[in-house]
Design a protein around this ligand. Structure first.
Ligand SMILES: [Fe+2]
Length: 344
């Protein structure tokens, strides 16, 4: 049960197509890939331990004053960021920047999705065009290794569009850090046209962890506004549809090594369902299952379907993450199934 894309909703991105030319001229950001997911957590130490010792994400750096920790595989400065819930109290970055207002982060959940762009010039050009078009934007900040523009999607999921500003990010971010983030004025100077992401990064392996992921690949959002979300993520977010069937849309960015980076699932309530981390192969997946069993950690679900094998873990706050191996094809489930977010 598959369906082809509706070109009216998803202009194909092909260099020779007139539809593609229109799509390219009307979209704003143009991400390479999902760089990271950032979560609100209730207890940083407990979550650090879980994502490092069970999930195999290396702790790269942390900001005690912001109450934030950043972990990853090495492909980007972090695959997973986490910040302690605010409890209604404002938290500040450098130079008085109100970075985390106490009105947000009141409970564990998604803080933001972050999209890596090719370079600063593309980020600034998109920012200028969005401003000119009157699209509401949130913060623009300097993270010391990246510049970022933040935007809400129609379901109020927060999205960061960023470019790296330092290729050797570990020379800046390593271990315990002072506050990192300050205000950035995108118009202050001529933006760089150089891509500063690291295409040959030194990857990290967490000895003794149960799971050994290669990298984060995508996030899954449930939405009651599928069409509005598709409009946002294709036109403003600059993603393209890879596949659409039965109330599910798979969206990709430009990096050829990632088949897709976001899955939108039609549902009654706007929800961040999970982030997905890919394992190297089925042997690695079997090892992860065995190691979890040894530790008496029961996955929330284990899925074995023609298009993937996956296990889902609940973190200490009950938030879900997926650790999987992709096979061929896309989820083949009826529209509106409660199982769909687990199967895509
Ligand atoms: Fe971020």
């Amino acid at each position: 049960m598959t369906s082809t894309l509706s070109l009216a909703v998803f202009p194909a991105v092909s260099p020779t197509s007139s539809v593609a030319t229109k799509a390219a001229s009307t979209r704003y950001f143009a991400p390479r890939r999902l760089g990271h997911v950032n979560l609100w957590v209730d207890d940083l130490g407990r979550s650090e331990q879980f994502y490092r010792d069970v999930c195999g994400l290396n702790i790269e750096f942390w900001e005690p004053d912001l109450q934030a920790t950043f972990l990853g595989t090495g492909h980007t400065p972090h695959d997973l960021g986490m910040m302690k819930t605010t409890g209604g109290v404002d938290r500040y970055g450098r130079n008085g920047l109100l970075q985390l207002p106490g009105t947000i982060g009141l409970a564990p959940g998604l803080n933001h999705l972050a999209w890596e762009l090719e370079n600063e010039a593309e980020l600034v050009a998109a920012w200028r065009r969005l401003k000119a078009a009157g699209v509401p934007l949130d913060l623009t900040v300097d993270h010391q290794v990246a510049h970022s523009v933040y935007v809400f999607d129609p379901d109020r999921n927060y999205n960061e569009f960023y470019c790296d500003t330092v290729k050797d990010w570990r020379s800046v971010l390593n271990g315990e850090m002072e506050l990192l983030t300050s205000v950035w004025d995108p118009a202050a100077q001529e933006p760089s046209t150089t891509g500063l992401y690291d295409d040959a990064p030194a990857l990290r392996h967490v000895q003794g962890a149960a799971v050994h992921p290669r990298r984060i690949t995508h996030a899954v959002l449930v939405t009651p506004k599928l069409d509005a979300m598709l409009e946002f993520y294709t036109r403003i977010g600059g993603l393209h549809a890879v596949h659409r069937a039965n109330g599910v849309a798979w969206l990709g960015a430009s990096h050829a090594a990632y088949p897709y980076n976001l899955v939108l699932v039609e549902g009654d309530e706007a929800t961040y369902h999970h982030a997905s981390f890919e394992l190297a192969d089925e042997a690695s997946f079997d090892s992860a299952l065995a190691a979890l069993r040894t530790r008496d950690i029961a996955p929330l679900r284990v899925v074995d379907v023609p298009w993937k094998r996956a296990l889902f873990l609940a973190d200490p706050d009950g938030q879900c993450s997926e650790w999987y191996v992709r096979r061929e094809g896309f989820a083949d489930v009826p529209r509106g199934s409660a199982d769909t977010p687990w199967l895509v």
